[in-house]
Design a protein around this ligand. Structure first.
Ligand SMILES: [Zn+2]
Length: 299
């Protein structure tokens, strides 16, 4: 039986949290230097505890893509995430974008993050999400580095043109970026509308736009494309009590602070309206039905 608001399909979508604190977001990087992070009031553990409660109440599991920097300072949070049945995965060390690191620095960044996340959580890390979806046409080597280090999957591509990120030519669904390897990339969800791709995987789009848009988009992906959706959000997005950054640009402040107070309710609706699960399990299922990789990788 399908209850009102529920979908009739049985796709299990990917539920993911990018675990970073309010002062670590890309929008504030010009006004809050990494050297100042230690003096900022941390909110990430408190906010993740709220998210863990929300997930527990709804009976859903998800994936927490975590900064190594956060894992090092919040080991008890890492253990709690694993104890409650969620996947712990990597979001890199300190949110530097992949295309700014270069191949060697990227290899060092993800190795350092993985070691700390595994040591603190007690669980193996096999998944990775690039900060600000920063794997794109400039960084085809990033997938090779991830596979070399034993990662099974990444969810680091936004197959869309956006002012801060995106790889417009990338496919919308799972692909194997390395010939002869089972390593799989699961792009974040987009919806197709009137010949255009729309970002529909979460973040600011979910928070700012009416909930109906996200519900429509995920239904489209589940029913028309017959694929699971990949949804993401951040701990600071459910936290109206976070410190305000006064000297950021108006645009950054609008993006960051709009609708923080309604986010928890919106998330609750989203979680109730669809089926959700961990990204590692989604990646394993999608690995059997991948599409052709972007042409930039064929060279
Ligand atoms: Zn992030």
């Amino acid at each position: 039986m399908t209850l009102p608001g529920q979908t009739a399909n049985d796709q299990i979508n990917g539920l993911s949290v990018d675990v970073e604190d309010w002062f670590q977001v890309g929008a504030f990087e010009k006004v809050i230097d990494r050297s100042d992070w230690n003096s900022c009031t941390t909110r990430v553990e408190r906010n993740c505890n709220e998210i863990l409660q929300l997930f527990a109440d709804a009976g859903v599991k998800g994936t927490f893509f975590t900064l190594g920097w956060v894992a090092q300072r919040h080991p008890s949070l890492m253990r709690r995430i694993v104890q409650e049945g969620h996947e712990i995965a990597s979001h890199g060390w300190d949110h530097e974008r992949v295309f700014r690191l270069g191949r060697e620095a990227f290899a060092a960044d993800i190795a350092k993050a993985r070691k700390v996340i595994e040591d603190t959580s007690g669980a193996a890390v096999t998944g990775y999400r690039a900060p600000s979806f920063s794997i794109d046409a400039r960084t085809p080597w990033a997938f090779e580095v991830l596979a070399e280090q034993g990662y099974a999957y990444s969810s680091s591509v936004a197959p869309i043109a956006h002012d801060h990120y995106g790889w417009r030519e990338a496919p919308r669904f799972a692909f194997k970026p390395i010939a002869g390897s089972d390593f799989v990339e699961i792009p974040v969800t987009t919806a197709q509308f009137a010949g255009r791709r729309l970002a529909a995987g979460g973040g600011g789009f979910f928070r700012v736009l009416p909930y109906g848009f996200s519900r429509w988009a995920i239904r489209q992906v589940n029913r028309e494309d017959e694929r699971p959706a990949v949804f993401y959000f951040h701990p600071w997005e459910i936290d109206p009590g976070q410190p305000r950054v006064a000297n950021a640009s108006m645009r950054s402040r609008l993006r960051h602070y709009t609708n923080l107070g309604v986010m928890a309710d919106k998330l609750g609706r989203l979680i109730g309206d669809f089926r959700w699960g961990r990204m590692d399990e989604l990646a394993a299922r999608e690995a059997g039905r991948t599409v052709a990789p972007p042409s930039a990788l064929a060279a």
